[in-house]
Write a protein that binds this ligand. Structure first.
Ligand SMILES: C[S@@+](CC[C@H](N)C(=O)[O-])C[C@H]1O[C@@H](n2cnc3c(N)ncnc32)[C@H](O)[C@@H]1O
Length: 460
């Protein structure tokens, strides 16, 4: 009886996983958004079911190229020719066969066949069954590309990254570094949180979370950071509801610290939503001064507003504003301008696995132009001798170091060395910028440059 119940749950969870995968593969929904959305709409699922569904969905997306490679070795109909839903059912099942060794192969095949019938593709259930049973039997016989013969194809298939992306990284980083970036980008990570120091201390927060049976570890780089796991809903955690912390990676927290805002200052965050950096600098100023938090998308600003309220911050003003349009009233008014630019996001693939499939080279070129155009406009808001923080969550030098070089050549700004303010073991590069690579220091891949406007604007 217990087994039957278990099986019933598994059927449902796989069907849910398939529905979520459809919205990701078909409608290009972000993985984390699609999962969150489903769970918000279907509240009755148990913690265990939600964890299983999340693992199935994230794992299938993460390993999609590898899964298709395996399927194509055993199926006469190749993946580009398959009916979409059949392809998703196969990917979901092959993910379980290859990466979840606790689930018996026969159960995985049976569930996939049931899913095929449930989605009204009865005639194809034999095909699905045949392909999966062969893969189950012959998984060890899959012929993978050889690293020595074709390292690019090897990395692409083994770590599920498009070849163009591997080539892009190899233009800028040594082979072993690229391999480690691929490997780290597929690892699951704990949630990193930032203590709201206007409400509590990291020590007190740690104790409070532990009392709720949450596993907590100290930050690797920063005192106000904690790493948490074994919680259910974040929104159900009491300390979260009371605004005692925000979710933020340690790399991203560095921006606030390196900006070193002083009480009473005026800070403009021109690409602010959902507000990780705006709320951090607001907290660092101890609820004094003003943070003008702007973003082009009003919908995203709703989340920022919710965060500001939850964190009990009184010094954040939120405005929907396109950073490409000059706001004449703000010229020369900001002590600090934060430009956390829209970017390719190649440093956060471990948290958003679909980025690798949705971004493309043309899109990156457009982003580089957008980043420059934003910088061109918003540099005007910085007071003489004020600070502009430029940051991205990518590991692509075109969007990072090259943009900063272009910027300092064209505008009256100089790079400020940051080594003394960086926590160990981080190191700035020879020009004073920092490029963190995904998973190398327990952080996302992230880039930061601190720039100071000259006292006399020689360019005017
Ligand atoms: C990297 S995200 C910012 C993350 C945010 N700083 C944080 O720490 O939570 C980049 C943001 O830029 C916004 N954006 C894109 N184009 C913009 C524009 N032209 N003007 C203002 N914001 C823009 C996007 O909506 C997105 O929220």
């Amino acid at each position: 009886m217990a087994n039957q119940n278990q099986l019933k749950t598994q059927v449902n969870t796989r069907n849910i996983a398939l529905t979520i995968l459809q919205s990701i593969f078909q409608d290009q929904a972000y993985t984390h958004v699609a999962i969150d959305h489903y769970f918000k709409m279907h509240k009755g699922l148990s913690k265990q079911d939600r964890a299983f569904i999340t693992r199935l969905v994230e794992g299938t997306v993460e390993h999609c190229i590898t899964l298709d490679y395996i399927i194509n070795q055993f199926s006469k109909t190749k993946t580009p020719k398959m009916k979409k839903i059949i392809l998703y059912i196969l990917r979901l099942a092959v993910y379980q066969i290859k990466y979840m060794d606790k689930v018996p192969i026969s159960a995985i095949c049976n569930e996939a066949v049931k899913l095929t019938k449930k989605r009204k593709f009865h005639p194809l259930s034999g095909f699905v069954n045949g392909v999966l049973r062969t893969i189950g039997r012959k998984l060890d016989e899959v012929v993978y590309p050889k690293e020595v013969h074709d390292p690019i194809q090897y990395l692409s298939i083994m770590y599920s990254f498009p070849e163009w992306l591997i080539r892009l990284w190899l233009k800028h980083y040594p082979y072993d570094t690229v391999k480690e970036m691929c490997e780290n980008s597929n690892k699951t990570v704990d949630t990193t949180i930032r203590c709201n120091t206007t409400r509590t201390t990291a020590y007190a927060l740690k104790k409070e979370l532990e009392a709720e049976n949450i596993t907590v570890e100290q930050g690797y780089l920063l005192d106000d950071a904690l790493h948490i796991k074994d919680y259910d809903h974040l929104r159900a955690v009491q300390a979260f509801k009371e605004g005692k912390f925000s979710v933020q990676d340690e790399s991203s927290m560095l921006v606030g610290h390196l900006a070193s805002p002083k009480n009473g200052q005026r800070i403009m965050d021109v690409c602010a939503a959902p507000g990780g950096k705006s709320t951090h600098v607001a907290e660092l100023m101890g609820n004094t001064g003003q943070v003008l938090a702007r973003d082009i998308y009003p919908k995203k600003l709703e989340l920022l507003e919710e965060n500001v309220k939850r964190l009990h911050l009184k010094n954040v003003e939120i405005q929907a504003y396109n950073a490409l349009e000059i706001d004449k009233d703000m010229v020369g008014q900001a002590d600090i301008v934060l430009v956390d630019a829209p970017c390719s996001g190649l440093g956060i693939i471990r948290k958003k696995p679909d980025i690798r499939y949705n971004i493309h080279e043309e899109g990156i070129k457009e982003l580089v132009c957008l980043q420059k155009d934003i910088l061109k406009v918003v540099q005007q808001y910085v007071k003489p001798e004020g600070i502009l923080m430029y940051s991205t969550c990518t590991v692509n030098p075109e969007e990072n170091q090259n943009n900063v070089t272009w910027f300092t050549r064209n505008y009256p700004f100089d790079l400020v060395p940051i080594q003394d303010e960086l926590p160990e073991p981080l190191e700035e590069d020879e020009r004073g910028m920092i490029q963190l690579l995904p998973g190398f220091h327990h952080t996302d891949g992230f880039f930061i440059a601190k720039l100071k406007k000259r006292a006399v604007d020689l360019y005017e």
